[in-house]
Design a protein around this ligand. Structure first.
Ligand code: PGA
Length: 254
């Protein structure tokens, strides 16, 4: 069976009560299903600790949606990798397109965050992907290659086993229309080739997730694509039934 990670990105949704309820439902579902795939949820910062406590003895991993690259300091409003580790996080989403777009995160900043997260023992879910305009201009592969090369600059080989990449075409995020099977296949192949060229020893083993309107209706087809090692799921991760349906499909794939 191929290794898979199904990760929910809750973005800026829910109140504490609703967040705990969803985490509780997922925990109960996971407990009654002997899972082979890895499952993780990435709630907003404010809910990480109570959810960490709730899912402590479960098979569910916990991730943050962002972090600073320094361990501590005078950076009002920021959260550091060691803080996340101290409350029980194993994952952190880095370089999401919403952070690139709305918070001006550059490839250079993302690179610093990836290095720091890895050094502190977190598994970064490093998001890459082209905009619609870039795709229309035929620049998809150039953009992805540049994001990978700059994002992973100076990352130590020995830490690569913790790295996860999420290919998320920006035009498919939150639109309800995922990329087509051939587009995903082609992009994942390209990402794999780029990783293999960069890291001849480790490039084969880095998980590559797909993200962008992945849901219960298209999960089976998308997760079956070779070199798709799971998904980063936004909207569909906010509902227990929808999210667990995706996990169920992932379980069925060899
Ligand atoms: P979506 O979001 O599933 O709502 O498209 C995915 C993401 O932003 O990670």
């Amino acid at each position: 069976m191929k290794q898979m990670l199904i990760a929910g990105n809750w973005k800026m949704h829910k109140t504490l009560k609703d967040a705990l309820e969803l985490a509780y439902q997922i925990k109960n579902w996971v407990a009654t299903n002997n899972l082979r795939v890895e499952v993780a949820i990435c709630p907003p910062f404010a809910f990480l600790y109570p959810i960490a406590e709730l899912i402590k003895e479960s098979q569910i991993g916990l991730g943050a949606q962002n972090c600073h690259y320094l361990p501590e300091g005078a950076f009002t409003g920021e959260i550091s990798p060691p803080m996340l580790v101290s409350i029980g996080c194993q994952y952190v989403i880095i370089g999401h397109s919403e952070r690139r777009t709305h918070f001006n995160e550059s490839n250079e900043l993302i690179n610093k965050k990836i290095i720091s997260a890895l050094n502190f023992g977190l598994k970064p879910i490093f998001c890459i992907g082209e905009t619609l305009e870039e795709r229309k201009e035929g620049r998809t592969f150039d953009i992805i290659e540049n994001q990978i090369k700059s994002g992973l600059q100076s990352v130590e080989n020995k830490l690569l086993h913790k790295l996860i990449i999420a290919y998320e075409p920006v035009w498919a995020i939150g639109t309800g229309i995922s990329a087509k099977t051939e587009q995903i296949e082609e992009a994942h192949k390209f990402i794999r080739k780029t990783l293999q060229e960069l890291y001849p020893n480790a490039g084969d083993n880095i998980l590559i997730l797909y993200g962008g309107s992945l849901n219960g209706g298209n999960a089976k087809e998308i997760l079956s694509i070779s070199d798709v090692h799971g998904g980063l799921i936004g909207k569909a991760s906010l509902d227990n039934r929808e999210f667990t349906k995706i996990i169920e499909y992932a379980e069925q794939i060899d």
